[in-house]
Design a binder for this molecule. Structure first.
Ligand code: MRU
Length: 335
């Protein structure tokens, strides 16, 4: 395998091969399965994660679920199981509904697997292209070689292609427009220091990891030119949910007059959510905060508040990059 050949998802020989991201950065462990429940579990435990990636994995899983038993009851059980794995990233619901439409249009469920798989493969292929386009469009936000701060992981591990915000960083780096990427460690599951650092290193992009709480002092020292993150769901008015801590960055950017951008494919836009208040925020277990990599690190009986995401109001977002270009406020993403 070449140094840059890591991937999150690949479909081969009727099986999904996925990178179990819980082992990174120390072990690149790939699991091959044709069992949709294994994929549902991987999404639940963040072995597969990132909004576009869980949509693509969910689509492959639903196709695999009807490979042997294709009855409506079997389909709907698998659909509900997969939908219930993670509530915030709308890409999952979007992808499952795309397959549901295909299933409902079939005259004979015997051909369900082939038809659903075809749609899942197309969704994956389409995401690769969307990532590429976001990378291209994102170049327009760079006025000069820049120091960029990012949060969570938005690269190959989070998508079917080269990433959302990460794809912008990658193309900008190729164009000589990146002097440094600051990657928030992203508490509590460390998607920044484990996964983004891994990707930046593999791709030869200069980077520095920082505790989430150090972003304010970096900004006040004038060391950040712009911030770019991904999103898990964007409401019609432009309010955007992303990994918890993103809202804090956007507030800091407003205070320090630093541009704050989001990059997300249109599969992340939710025409059914008028505002951010309508976006369901996943609450995760106390263990994630009280333990680090399986080791207890906090007062064991503490009550814990552990929302996986927060919502950044549209008024704090300088621009949103999708595969269609750079969207500027006022936002209106009604279809
Ligand atoms: O809980 P995670 O790791 O799935 O959260 C992922 C993020 O918050 C990403 O920033 C988001 O999915 C958008 S980029 C693909």
């Amino acid at each position: 395998m070449k140094k840059s050949d890591y991937f999150s998802l690949k479909f081969e020989d009727d099986r999904l091969i996925f990178c179990d991201q819980t082992h990174l950065p120390f072990e690149e462990k790939y699991i091959a399965t044709d069992d949709y429940e294994v994929i549902a579990d991987a999404i639940r435990r963040l072995a597969i994660r990132g909004a576009p990636a869980i949509g693509i994995a969910g689509a492959y899983a639903l196709a695999l679920a009807v490979k042997i038993y294709s009855s409506p009851i079997h389909f709907s059980n698998a659909y509900e199981t997969l939908l219930s794995t993670r509530p915030t990233a709308v890409n999952l619901r979007w992808a499952l509904n795309e397959l549901k439409q295909v299933y409902e249009g079939l005259s004979d469920t015997c051909s369900a697997y082939q038809n659903l798989l075809e749609r899942a493969l197309a969704i994956h292929q389409d995401d690769i292209e969307k990532c590429r386009m976001m990378g291209e469009h994102g170049l327009s936000i760079f006025k000069k070689p820049s120091v960029v701060l990012t949060h969570c992981n938005t690269g190959r591990f989070a998508t079917g292609g080269e990433g959302t915000a990460f794809s912008v960083l990658r193309t900008a780096n190729e164009a000589g427009l990146i002097t440094m990427v600051y990657a928030d460690e992203t508490r509590p599951l460390l998607q920044g220091s484990r996964l983004t650092a891994f990707e930046l290193s593999r791709q030869g992009i200069p980077f520095t990891v920082l505790p989430d709480s150090a972003a304010a002092s970096l900004m006040s020292a004038g060391m950040i030119d712009l911030v770019i993150t991904g999103s898990d769901r964007i409401a019609v008015n432009g309010d955007a949910a992303n990994k918890v801590g993103t809202y804090m960055l956007a507030v800091l950017c407003a205070y320090h007059k630093i541009p704050f951008y989001i990059a997300a494919p249109t599969s992340t836009f939710d025409p059914h959510c008028p505002t951010g208040a309508d976006i369901p925020i996943e609450q995760r277990s106390a263990t994630e905060v009280l333990h680090t990599s399986g080791t207890p690190v906090a007062f064991p009986d503490a009550q814990v508040y552990n929302p996986s995401f927060d919502v950044t109001p549209a008024s704090l977002i300088t621009g949103i990059i999708s595969e269609n270009g750079l969207h500027l406020p006022p936002y209106n993403f009604r279809k």
